[in-house]
Ligand binder design. Structure first.
Ligand code: NAP
Length: 230
């Protein structure tokens, strides 16, 4: 299992959930300290965890990563892309092109580069599951979040097309749409919020686990809301 961004607020919970199920998990990360934290949280399951420091918007680096994973493990059963980022709070005409490009790169290009690298190997195996984490903003386009909303809507559209392309091959492709997640970063950013209403990363991780499992074999090309009460 490959969890891109597997040390992040949601990614960590996804990585730990797969490890608990006995999967071998490769995570991409950028910050060594975050990977060390994940490894210690994995405890005894840590031996099934491997970390690779990779910028997943870099096509050559991702190809190298996938080649190495396939050489070592022989196949790749699933890809969960939790890499993404948010920038907002400004109107479209006040948004720097740099920020706009960054949103497209983190939220859309990451999914493209990863899928491009893993799909051929999954097609060869005749099985595989891809879950790309988008956002509620992909379908609800609020003021002050144009670049983010566009990048997430684009990511969903891209996964929809990919799902159509691989229909009937045994490879399944789905998106999930979180609203707000109960992460440390969000708690710090909105201290007055009612955290009890925010879905926990572990709750969303369970949905992702399900989508990657054979129990979800009839779910393909979906964009699943995981809003909880928020
Ligand atoms: N948190 C929310 O409330 C919320 C709501 C809706 C949707 N989402 C979506 O859910 C996903 C996960 O969110 P999150 O809160 O877990 O975010 P997060 O904590 O920032 O985690 C994102 C992870 O991706 C990594 N990353 C970022 N850019 C990368 C790159 N170019 N190459 C490789 N890794 C990279 C980060 O590494 P570093 O930490 O080292 O940069 C981090 O580990 C994102 O797609 C986000 O847009 C989140």
């Amino acid at each position: 299992m490959l969890v891109a961004g597997g040390t992040g607020g949601l990614g960590r919970a996804v990585s730990l959930a797969f490890l608990e199920q006995g999967a071998k998990v490769v995570v991409t990360y950028r910050n060594q300290k975050e990977f060390d934290t994940l490894r210690s949280a994995a405890g005894a399951n840590g031996s099934a965890l491997e970390g690779r420091r990779v910028d997943v918007t870099d096509e050559a680096a991702v190809r190298e990563l996938i080649d190495a994973v396939l050489a070592k493990y022989g196949r790749l059963d699933g890809l969960v892309n939790t890499v993404g980022g948010y920038a907002g709070g400004k109107n479209l005409w006040q948004t720097d092109a740099k920020v706009f490009d960054q949103m497209l790169s983190l939220n859309m290009r990451s999914g493209y580069v990863l899928a491009r690298a893993v799909v051929p190997a999954m097609l060869k195996e005749g099985r595989g599951a891809i879950v790309n984490v988008a956002s509620k903003a992909a379908v609800e386009h609020a003021a002050g979040a144009a670049a983010y909303a566009a990048s997430k809507a684009g990511a969903v559209a891209m996964m929809d097309s990919l799902a159509d392309e691989v229909k009937g091959t045994g490879v399944r492709v789905n998106s999930i749409l979180p609203s707000i997640i109960d992460t440390e970063v969000n708690r710090k950013a909105i201290p007055s919020a009612d955290f009890a209403k925010w879905p926990k990363p572990e709750d969303i991780a369970r949905v992702i686990l399900f989508l990657c499992s054979d129990e979800a074999k009839v779910i393909h090309g979906a964009a699943l809301p995981v809003y909880g009460e928020s």
